[in-house]
Design a protein around this ligand. Structure first.
Ligand SMILES: [Fe+2]
Length: 324
């Protein structure tokens, strides 16, 4: 839960929409105009400083599994964040940045607020899984998610994102596709310690859809030799989740500071005050001074290879696999 901006006029409009609109697609559509205003420097500056004032955010240790982000707001029914996507050094935008995945019962609205954007594809929700690990699905959308565009990814809708030519930031709004009485339980202090046990019971009774949790073995998909193949989400992400620690944190803080600097963020008094703190983590101590000196923070580059046998998915291979 991240609620310090709950009284900000833009955030409170979205909270109000969420409160009054039970149809979650309608809630997303109503929120889009507000999301555009949130992409402006003034709001971003407030968001950046609010995150720095939050102990949990300031001192968090990042994992390579995550996308560098800034919190905007989170409650039991939706959350809003800035996602900062690092480009690849090769500039190879024909290569996928991840594999085909969906976000379970969550609807995602994504507004490209900064940078060129990225190519993306969506797929049909009907997936036929075969014993041999191959899968059948259809390609439904193939387009560039450019700066200024808002894209909606429906719940259970598989999609894939390609590499960016330079740092790209999206403002993302996530919410479950239905308001459920159990939504508040996710973050409930009495439930948290028993989460694993409760999930075991939910999966054993096959109740995951009715209580809005992810199925036990979520699959992701990639293409190879003209075929669509599945991989367990846990197997795909395993190696990235293990990559944590000071180096990852140094890089992720670089990506965040690079983005706010490129947006034109400037508040020397606030940054000086942050720098005067004895408990300021190393990564912030390293990158915040650039926001005062105006020396350019270099772009952080992301991973060139993805965790599948052939290490890459090229857009032409993907199109070929889905053309047959
Ligand atoms: Fe996604």
């Amino acid at each position: 839960m991240f609620e310090p901006l709950k009284n900000h006029p833009l955030v409170s409009r979205i909270i109000q929409f969420s409160h009054t609109l039970d149809d979650r697609m309608e809630f997303h559509e109503k929120s889009h105009e507000v999301m555009r205003s949130m992409g402006e420097l003034e709001f971003l500056s407030t968001v950046f400083e609010t995150n720095l004032k939050d102990e949990g955010f300031l001192k968090r240790s990042w994992s390579n599994y995550e996308i560098p982000f800034l919190y905007v707001f989170e409650n039991n029914h939706f959350y809003l964040k800035f996602h900062i996507f690092p480009p690849v050094k090769s500039g190879d935008t024909q290569k996928a940045a991840n594999i085909i995945h969906h976000h379970n019962n969550y609807i995602l609205s994504s507004y490209t607020s900064f940078g060129p954007g990225y190519h993306t594809c969506h797929f049909g929700k009907e997936i036929i899984e075969h014993e041999d690990g191959t899968a059948e699905m259809t390609l439904t959308k193939d387009f560039f998610h450019a700066k200024g565009h808002i894209n909606v990814v429906e719940s259970w809708e598989p999609h894939i994102v390609f590499n960016m030519a330079s740092t790209t930031t999206t403002l993302v709004l996530w919410s479950p596709d239905k308001k459920l009485v159990t939504d508040g339980l996710r973050n409930h202090p009495l439930v948290k310690p028993f989460k694993r046990m409760i999930l075991l019971v939910i999966h054993a009774l096959n109740l995951h859809k009715s209580v809005g949790v992810a199925p036990k073995d979520v699959k992701q998909y990639y293409v190879q030799d003209g075929k669509v193949l599945s991989i367990k989400e846990a197997d795909y992400f395993g190696t990235y989740k293990e990559q944590v620690g000071d180096e990852v944190t140094m890089n992720y803080v670089q990506a965040i500071c690079h983005f706010v600097q490129q947006m034109g963020y400037k508040n020397d008094a606030f940054i000086s005050e942050m720098l005067s703190r004895d408990d300021l983590p190393k990564a912030w101590r390293n990158w915040l001074p650039f926001l005062i000196s105006d020396e350019e923070i270099p772009t952080l580059y992301g991973k060139e290879e993805i965790n599948i046998p052939k290490k890459e998915i090229r857009i032409e291979d993907l199109r070929k696999a889905f053309a047959s």
